[in-house]
Write a protein that binds this ligand. Structure first.
Ligand SMILES: Cc1cc2nc3c(=O)[nH]c(=O)nc-3n(C[C@H](O)[C@H](O)[C@H](O)COP(=O)(O)OP(=O)(O)OC[C@H]3O[C@@H](n4cnc5c(N)ncnc54)[C@H](O)[C@@H]3O)c2cc1C
Length: 402
């Protein structure tokens, strides 16, 4: 009998694992269990073009409907895994069934962090993670409506940009003193703050949310000691890894299921990939990444390891965000102590910020600047040293510097 693989979580990493297992020649049975109603889909458009209405639902799906049957992957949708019994190598499902596995892959992703304050359960307070969430938001997300967005991170700002474009009256409440503070340099935060304000978005920085009020639905948000009337609220304050299945089965989790460089957990029969994991990154630090790149690359490494082809995971992390007509692309992981080098003029809406560490390119943030992003990403991988003056000199093309 060929060995069997069970994948828990039908998302970005799960779909990639199916594809990679087959590409690597695995010909045993694969079963993928997903608690959503849909086969694996991409989430990035949810807060961008899909919310805007310019991206059709069928395009969200990562594979054609026929793909799973054609590749011999049984999809169990609308079904959640309730427990892993490691000794007998089975997974217990919500419908009472038990699935036996030889190899198990956890791709359970992350769930939205919920606000815990008075009124946080009022109808009209939305989160954005799934197709169902966008569907739930769409009806109220109409021109002229007031939307209060809690959280000035990627999701909140992407929704703010779409809201402004669609003619909503948008206010963003952010507890920190700048936008996307966890993810980008102060230069980028200032640039994006100006762009949002130009589009009519009101920004309330250093303004933590204290409560919501309303009669049967949300009508007001109380933040920074003031009351603001609103029609809808969208909360985007981060995610927490779905690691309960793993921890209940006795696997280690430290705010993310702990995996090694081959995406394997402490159990030789169990791997994990994507948002639910924590691993030691290429710079030797423990990381939990929430991005498509990590979901894809870690799933590939898990699939390789499952078929006995071990390859150390040390990819350069990369990420993107679309706000208005601005494409932000980031590669590498910045640190506050990095030396920053600006290339290009932010006023031209096409520029990059390079992060140098010990003279080498450690990260790049590029706005509408694909060559800087692509070359920067390569340099991060190589640890390339470049003189800051040359990097800042736009008269020297990127290609020439390479
Ligand atoms: C609105 C939005 C915009 C984003 N934009 C970007 C972007 O621009 N760029 C970028 O790089 N990343 C972006 N991301 C992040 C990116 O989508 C995630 O990093 C990626 O989806 C992670 O893939 P995953 O497979 O780990 O998890 P997911 O794709 O979330 O899949 C996990 C699946 O497992 C299911 N599941 C969990 N527990 C169980 C269980 N017990 N039984 C069965 N099923 C279970 C979940 O319901 C989910 O369907 C965005 C995310 C969101 C929500």
């Amino acid at each position: 009998m060929p060995e069997s693989v069970v994948i828990i979580g039908a998302g970005q990493a799960g779909a990639q694992a199916v594809q990679s297992l087959r590409a690597e020649g695995f010909d045993g049975p694969i079963t993928m269990v997903g608690d959503e109603a849909y086969p694996p889909y991409q989430r990035p458009p949810l807060s961008k073009a899909y919310l805007l209405g310019t991206f059709e639902r069928p395009r969200l799906f990562l594979k054609a409907d026929s793909y799973y049957a054609e590749t011999g992957c049984e999809l169990l949708l609308g079904t959640s895994a309730k427990a892993i019994h490691r000794a007998e190598r089975t997974v217990e499902l919500s419908d009472g069934r038990k699935l036996a596995y030889d190899k198990l892959l956890l791709t359970t992703g992350a769930r939205v962090r919920k606000l815990k304050c008075p009124g946080a359960d009022l109808p009209g307070i939305h989160y954005l993670k799934t197709i169902a969430d966008v569907d739930g938001l769409q009806e109220a997300f109409q021109p002229g409506k007031r939307i209060a967005i809690v959280g000035g991170g990627y999701i909140g700002l992407e929704v703010a940009a779409v809201g402004a474009k669609r003619g909503l009256d948008v206010t963003v409440f952010e507890a920190m003193d700048r936008l996307m503070a966890r993810a980008v340099s102060p230069q980028l935060s200032s640039f994006y703050a100006a762009e949002h304000e130009k589009a009519g978005v009101k920004l309330k920085l250093r303004t933590g949310v204290e409560a919501f009020e309303g009669n049967g639905k949300v009508e007001r948000i109380i933040a920074g000691g003031q009351r603001y009337d609103t029609d809808i609220v969208l909360v985007g304050i981060g995610v927490v890894p779905c690691d309960e299945l793993a921890t209940h089965a006795g696997l280690a989790s430290e705010d993310g299921i702990v995996v090694d460089q081959n995406a394997r957990t402490g159990d030789p029969h169990i791997w994990a990939a994507g948002d639910c994991t924590r691993h030691v990154g290429r710079e030797g630090h423990s990381l939990r990444l929430e991005c498509v790149q990590n979901a894809i690359d870690q799933a590939k490494h898990a699939a390789l390891a499952m078929v006995g082809k071990h390859k150390t995971y040390s990819e350069v992390p990369w990420f993107w965000s679309d706000q208005y007509d601005l494409k932000l692309q980031i590669a590498g992981l910045a640190r506050p102590s990095d030396r920053l080098v600006l290339r290009g003029d932010p006023a031209s809406r096409k520029f990059a910020v390079f992060h140098l560490r010990d003279g080498a390119v450690a990260a790049v943030e590029a706005v509408n600047a694909a060559p800087e992003y692509l070359m920067g990403k390569k340099w991060v991988g190589e640890g390339k040293k470049i003189a800051p003056q040359m990097l800042a000199d736009t008269s020297v093309p990127m290609k020439q510097m390479a």
